[in-house]
Design a protein around this ligand. Structure first.
Ligand code: B3K
Ligand code: ZN
Length: 878
């Protein structure tokens, strides 16, 4: 495949003035007529041909200004249409006809059908599967779209913008016309047609305009969209209050679809969602599902300004919309829920997904410099590290100036296809500072290490803190210059309050309120005016995405775990101690029984779990041990996943045994009669109880408490919480089997719930899970056509089952590779995404490493692999 480079960017030779499309939908095919109004760009060569993108297209006809073109004037292939001898200046109109087959579109890019519903996905390069087009994000135009279909099959016809006309046609057909006055790139185009139910509501914007809201679902499921509708209205209010952003069209529609490659898509005025992020009620969805719906609804809605009104000049600028919009949805969730708990969840996510990516062969900077397949760059680095970079800008500027910078960005770039440079310039102006060194965060890949050491001078009552940063050159080879690290900190006294102290900086850093901004390799801050030695609480709220090495004693960390007024750091003090203890225990050989956690650490953990002053959600987070893959990442090399599992599980049993009385108390006698509410506080109480139940069963080795909760559960959170314990800790036992059977019978008609049944079995930490997933893949309800189903079987097995996927005989690797090779022919995007789990091959012990390497080699040699999968496999082998 061709490599696309950021440095090769140049504007198109033709400016697009408008798009007028007609889609005629039939059983088996769709006819697409596209009229494009172009103008040769000033300064473009007079003989430059018009080059349009295509993908698996067949051209039916082409006319320019009403004249059918002779074959000598153009060249059409499935991937491109080149038209020559066009007017040397001024405007002209190109009319194109293509015929496509949505039913055969298993890649789910472009126009496809999901359970009979016609639906589109165009980001990044799907529009070119519908019509030939300059399919790149810097080509912006207003669109007018007419859809025609049989009325009985598709009574609902939706597109972007506002509805302007609708009516009847012959033969039981009808049509609707939509007009989107806001100029947009083609990746935001959408059409939906089908027999859909809807939930309707309205919203009055801050300037008093009424917007009609609709959430469309498959037949009979509209009531399950009410939480999504509620989340949408809360998002609209929040964006007005927090960022002054008002919605712009007369309608805003959301459609929930069963077969969808991603979570959702922010098409202008017509967001299309994986139905997993829309449909729920207490019987089918967990609290985590509720939080997911809230976040994704908010995220897509927020794109209306950060992504749609201001879009990206090219795909290298993807983080301009994604990192910023993730930052916005994180802030929304923090405001709607519990800020510390939200921040803990985001940091866990970053460490679990982005850190390994940034430290392995698929490493790339937040703004990549080149790509072969852009769909492989919708990554944790672009999204989550991209959000961290925006968060650092907010930290550096402070709340007021950050808002000023955002206002300036919206004002200056509304209607533009912008770049990271445009974005940064707004904050330089608003904050009166130079962000040129800061911009390295977009260019240099890798996770910096921040080393902190301190010393107390009792005579002078001086505390000296030394900060050092370093970055190793990784696969991306993008350099190791010192970055700008904002390090939020506090000096905590024995009473649990932050001390005030004067700070004197030497070296390349500056001190601004409670933030040390480290700009050089090393700096030292000397704090004076202290009466006794403080506890240094550093990198509060994870103010920079770095690996922290703080040379601090266990006693000090335990004290911070008890006292730190910054709750995030209170959590992290213990979490880091635990992670380090598990990691060093995992270095000892399989079977070694020396406890990983000292009793002081276990006691501290139990003390926070028992602290009624703390929010239950926080206590549940505190009790959640680092995952097996986190421990594996910290080991860095020679990883034996069986040993990691053994260590983490033994720690869980030990904690459960020591805190048994507490866990019994927390997991029983809950007000089960209390009516269900999905709010964060109630969810937190359920999370704490379910976490306690898991510890209790770990300690007793008895499934009875989980069986009892499974049976008595009045909501999915409690039912699935119990089932997860049975499926993972008691896999293969009668209690587990009968609960799984019961669950299947209860929910076999609901694919969303069935996904949970598939996923739990695929992640059971036993060698037999390899045979289980093979059985699941042959289950009548398994299909490679549904991305959710594929993700819950192949994806959760490969990424979430360290024991079985890494079975020492290599059976897990072979199984996944074989399935991916088959999936690649149906849906390459999903195959490529799941294949990323192979990237960690170098970190394993020699036996597994050799088998992983061999599996990757075999995959790479398969003939006719998609560009998507080939790209991931080739880069992973580097
Ligand atoms: N922008 C889409 C993702 C598109 C992925 C294309 N492979 C959803 C989102 O980030 O909001
Ligand atoms: Zn997004």
């Amino acid at each position: 495949g061709q490599i696309v480079k950021l440095t090769d960017y140049r504007p198109t030779d033709f400016v697009l003035r408008g798009v007028d499309m007609t889609l005629r939908l039939f059983e088996g095919h769709a006819d697409v007529v596209t009229i494009l109004a172009f103008e040769r760009r000033e300064g473009a060569a007079a003989d430059a041909p018009l080059c349009l993108d295509g993908d698996e297209l067949i051209l039916e006809s082409i006319a320019v200004d009403g004249e059918i073109l002779p074959p000598s004037r153009y060249e059409a292939t499935p991937d491109a249409l080149v038209v020559s001898e066009l007017p040397e200046s001024g405007g002209f109109e190109v009319r194109l006809e293509t015929r496509i087959a949505p039913e055969e579109n298993t890649k789910l890019m472009g126009l496809f059908r999901s359970n009979g519903i016609w639906c589109t996905q165009c980001e990044a390069e799907g529009f070119r599967r519908i019509t030939y087009f300059p399919d790149r994000p810097d080509v912006l135009a207003p669109y007018k779209v007419r859809i025609e279909a049989e009325k009985a099959v598709a009574p609902v016809l939706l597109s972007n913008g506002n509805p302007v006309e609708a009516g009847e046609l012959a033969d039981g057909r009808h049509y609707a016309v939509w007009d989107d006055p806001f100029k947009k790139p083609s990746y935001l185009f959408a059409v939906v047609a089908g027999d859909l139910d809807a939930l309707h509501d309205s919203f009055v914007t801050m300037s008093g305009r009424t917007v009609a809201l609709g959430v469309y679902t498959e037949k009979g499921r509209a009531p399950q969209a009410s939480y999504a509708m509620d989340a949408l209205k809360r998002s609209m209010v929040w964006d007005e209050r927090r960022f002054g952003r008002e919605y712009d069209l007369d309608v805003f529609n959301v459609v929930a679809i069963a077969d969808f490659n991603m979570g959702a898509m922010e098409n202008k005025g017509l967001n299309v969602f994986n139905h997993k992020y829309v449909l729920l009620d207490q019987d089918i969805a967990t609290d985590t599902d509720y939080a997911g719906v809230e976040t994704v609804i908010a995220h897509e809605y927020f794109h209306n300004w950060t992504g749609n009104r201001i879009t990206c000049r090219d795909w290298f600028q993807l983080c301009l919309k994604e990192g910023l919009t993730v930052y916005r949805d994180q802030e929304f969730s923090a405001d709607e829920r519990e800020p510390t708990v939200q921040r803990i969840a985001s940091v866990r996510r970053l460490k679990a997904h982005q850190f390994p990516e940034d430290q392995g062969p698929l490493q790339h900077p937040v703004r990549p410099g080149e790509y072969r397949e852009i769909n492989n760059f919708y990554t944790a680095t672009v999204y989550d590290k991209g959000a961290e970079v925006v968060r650092m800008i907010a930290t550096l500027l402070g709340e007021a100036d950050f808002r000023k910078g955002m206002d300036l960005y919206f004002e200056r770039h509304d209607g533009d296809a912008a770049t990271i440079e445009d974005f940064l310039a707004c904050f330089e102006e608003a904050g009166g500072l130079d962000l040129s060194q800061f911009a390295l965060w977009y260019a240099q890949a890798g996770t910096p290490t921040l080393t902190v050491s301190e010393s107390w001078d009792p005579k002078e009552r001086r505390h000296t803190v030394t900060l050092r940063q370093s970055l190793t050159q990784g696969a991306a080879g993008t350099g190791t210059e010192p970055m700008v690290l904002p390090v939020r900190f506090g000096l905590v006294g024995g009473n649990g309050e932050d001390r005030r102290a004067e700070g004197d900086v030497s070296g390349e850093a500056r001190l601004k309120d409670d933030v040390i901004v480290l700009t050089g390799e090393e700096a030292t801050i000397t704090f004076t005016g202290l009466s006794d030695r403080p506890y240094l609480s550093v990198l509060r709220d994870f103010s920079a995405p770095v690996m922290l090495e703080h040379q601090q004693s266990e006693a000090e960390r335990l004290a911070l775990g008890r006292l730190d007024p910054n709750l995030f750091n209170r959590w992290r003090a213990l979490d880091d101690l635990i992670a380090e203890a598990l990691t060093s225990a995992a270095r000892r050989p399989l079977g070694d029984e020396e406890p990983a956690l000292k009793s002081a650490i276990v006691d501290a953990l139990l003390a926070s779990a028992d602290d009624d002053e703390l929010a239950p959600a926080f206590r549940a987070q505190a009790l959640t041990l680092p995952g097996e893959s986190d421990v594996a990442r910290q080991l860095r090399e020679n990883v034996d996943p069986d040993r990691v599992h053994e260590v983490v599980d033994a720690a869980r049993v030990a904690i459960g045994a020591k805190g048994l009385a507490l866990f019994e108390r927390l997991s029983t006698g809950r007000p089960s009669a209390e009516p269900f509410s999905p709010d964060a506080e109630s969810a937190g109480r359920r999370a704490l109880a379910n976490t306690a139940l898991a510890y209790r069963c770990a300690a007793t080795g008895d499934p009875a408490a989980a069986v009892a909760q499974y049976r008595a559960a009045s909501n999915m959170t409690d039912r699935l919480g119990a089932l997860a314990i049975l499926a993972h800790r008691f896999a293969g036992e009668a209690a587990c089997e009968s609960a799984l059977d019961d669950f299947y019978r209860r929910y076999e008609n609901d694919d969303l719930v069935l996904d949970k049944w598939f996923a739990l079995q695929a992640t059971a930490p036993t060698y037999e899970a390899v045979e289980t997933v093979e059985r699941l893949a042959n289950h009548p309800r398994f299909t490679m056509r549904n991305p959710n189903r594929v993700r819950t079987v192949f994806g959760s097995f490969a990424a979430g089952n360290q024991v079985a996927f890494h079975r020492p005989d290599g059976a897990g690797y072979r199984w996944v590779a074989e399935k991916l090779a088959a999936l690649d022919r149906i849906n390459p995007q999903i195959a490529a995404r799941i294949a990323t789990t192979f990237r960690a091959w170098r970190s394993f012990e020699p036996g597994r490493r050799a088998k992983l390497e061999e599996t990757l080699r075999q995959l790479s040699e398969i003939k006719g692999l998609s560009k998507d999968l080939q790209d991931i496999v080739d880069r992973s082998r580097k």
